[in-house]
Write a protein that binds this ligand. Structure first.
Ligand code: RFL
Ligand code: PHB
Length: 389
């Protein structure tokens, strides 16, 4: 098989890139190691920046998001039992959209099926070859025991943090930067009405909590737990009890609990690989970088990488190689700013086991200062709605 761009991974990055390229008449094939249902079963992000929304519009996959997504013009930050609103609309003139990653993925899968482009699911032993020493990259995989090969002009590594693409780049060509946090988020998805019409991020002496949502009838809640905790240790009752203890009193009283549809622990990590290109292999999304979810940036960064890569490839096929050559540097400028925001929000809102009482007071004072200052709230709001591309 031959195509222009072979995309590895059918997560949001790979599917979005596929649709954008198809809309521009660039042929592409997606190779995914899991089944479509498995990909749709992963419960992850919930907040879309305007940049992500406009990319979904650009590839014609935004109709359901516009119908069912919830525009959020602000969110709450709670500390010391007090609630403080960050008014995104007033501070930035923009808002975010609450619409689950699962739904984004479903819409992109449907758009791809409608366009008749091919996606290979359940590909085994995927390999990316010859991307570095010439102009004829290849992708190999097995399907039902049979070996298949795709010849292409470019490979897009959209295969997440544990994928094969970054791992295939020679170690001496890549520099990595990493911080692993000593805690994770225990998350529960439940068909109960959300606590509030906006998201609530909570700093509490027992640890961070987040009240998010997917719709008017479906809620997503998280509590910070030590990295050593296993999800089996947490009964449903223990989760709801812990969440209530961290919420301001009026919110705890209103919380509606119910049977979880999903319950899992996500570890927290900051990670960047530089550069995001090796020859004709490009990395995009979680394949190149990870942020802790506190700033709601992971999916949005994946989308903005894809936006840059789409433009670079469109220009390449028109004879302009500058976008391809500048891809990594352009992405990394935005990536590092989002890494900084996510790391900083994580530092402000979580309980760190190594913190002394002095450091805890510093954290309280910094948050109090930011919330009392127009400039401080603007700094949070500007980053949360997403920096310009
Ligand atoms: P994905 O979604 O991991 O998709 C990669 C795909 O590649 C496949 N794959 C392979 N395919 C072929 N061959 C191989 N060798 C392969 N290896 C892997 C995988 O099966 C998979 O289908 O990466 P992508 O597309 O870059 O998307 C990134 C986002 O998924 C991620 O950044 C976000 O979910 C992060 N995130 C959030 N981001 C936000 O913008 N806003 C949020 O509110 C938000 N909340 C979150 C989050 C992530 C969380 N977890 C679980 C880490 C909340 C949580 C709890
Ligand atoms: C979510 O709804 O899953 C969510 C929302 C905001 C975040 C992280 C996760 O910062």
């Amino acid at each position: 098989m031959r195509t222009q761009v072979a995309i590895i991974g059918a997560g949001p990055a790979g599917l979005l890139l596929g649709q954008l390229l198809s809309a521009s008449g660039i042929d592409n094939v997606i190779v995914e190691q899991r089944s479509g249902d498995y990909v749709l079963g992963r419960i992850r992000a919930g907040v879309l920046e305007p940049v992500t929304v406009s990319l979904l519009e650009a590839c014609g996959a935004a109709a359901r998001m516009h119908r069912d997504g919830l525009p959020h013009e602000g969110f709450e930050l709670c500390t010391g039992g007090q609630r403080h609103r960050i008014d995104l609309q007033a501070l930035t003139g923009r808002h975010v959209t609450v619409y689950g990653q699962t739904e984004v993925t479903r819409d992109l899968m449907q758009a791809r099926a409608d366009s008749g482009r091919s996606t290979v699911y359940e590909a085994e032993d995927v390999r990316v070859l010859d991307f570095d020493d010439g102009s004829s990259p290849r992708v190999q995989y097995r399907l039902g025991g049979e070996l298949h090969e795709i010849a292409c002009d470019f490979i897009a590594g959209c295969d997440g943090f544990h994928g094969v693409c970054r791992a295939s780049i020679p170690a001496d060509r890549l520099q990595t930067f990493e911080r692993v946090y000593p805690f994770g988020w225990l998350g529960v998805l439940a068909d109960v009405p959300p606590l509030s019409h906006e998201l609530m991020y909570v700093r509490h002496e027992r640890g961070f909590a987040l009240c998010s949502q997917r719709s008017h009838t479906r809620s997503r809640y998280y509590v910070q737990v030590p990295s050593s905790d296993r999800v089996e240790q947490w009964s449903d009752a223990a989760f709801w009890e812990e969440l209530k203890r961290r919420l301001p009193d009026d919110a705890a009283e209103r919380l509606v609990t119910g049977d979880p549809i999903e319950k899992s622990i996500a570890p927290l990590r900051s990670f960047v690989a530089e550069p995001m290109r090796c020859g004709r292999l490009f990395l995009a999304g979680d394949a190149a970088h990870i942020v802790p979810p506190t700033g709601a940036k992971g999916l949005n960064l994946a989308a903005s990488d894809v936006g840059y890569l789409w433009q670079a490839l469109v220009d390449f096929y028109k004879g302009d190689v500058s976008g391809v050559d500048g891809y990594s540097a352009r992405c990394l400028q935005r990536v590092w700013k989002a890494e900084r925001f996510s790391w900083w929000m994580t530092g402000l809102l979580h309980r760190f086991p190594e913190h002394s009482p002095f450091e805890q007071r510093m954290q309280e004072a910094e948050l109090a200062y930011l919330l009392e200052s127009d400039a401080g709230r603007r700094v949070i709001a500007e980053n949360y709605v997403g920096l310009p591309v």
